[in-house]
Design a binder for this molecule. Structure first.
Ligand SMILES: [Zn+2]
Length: 66
């Protein structure tokens, strides 16, 4: 079953309308948050490790010009 309910971004009213809020005319959106991508977490982890490795590398080779 598809998610039919939409939620107004302005007043927070739930509606079945897909174009705009029937109450205030505000934009409506699917209320549940966008699906979290595990790939983002992986990228963030890699970035952190890369940064950590960079710090360690810079400390170890501080005498060498990069
Ligand atoms: Zn509204």
């Amino acid at each position: 079953m598809r998610w039919l309910m939409r939620r107004c971004a302005v007043c927070g009213r739930y509606t079945l309308r897909r174009d705009k809020c029937p109450l205030c005319g505000g934009d409506v959106a699917v209320p549940h948050p966008p699906r979290f991508s595990p790939e983002d977490k992986y990228v963030a982890y890699r970035y952190r490790m890369k940064m950590l490795a960079g710090i360690i590398h810079s400390e170890e080779s501080s005498s060498e010009p990069t």
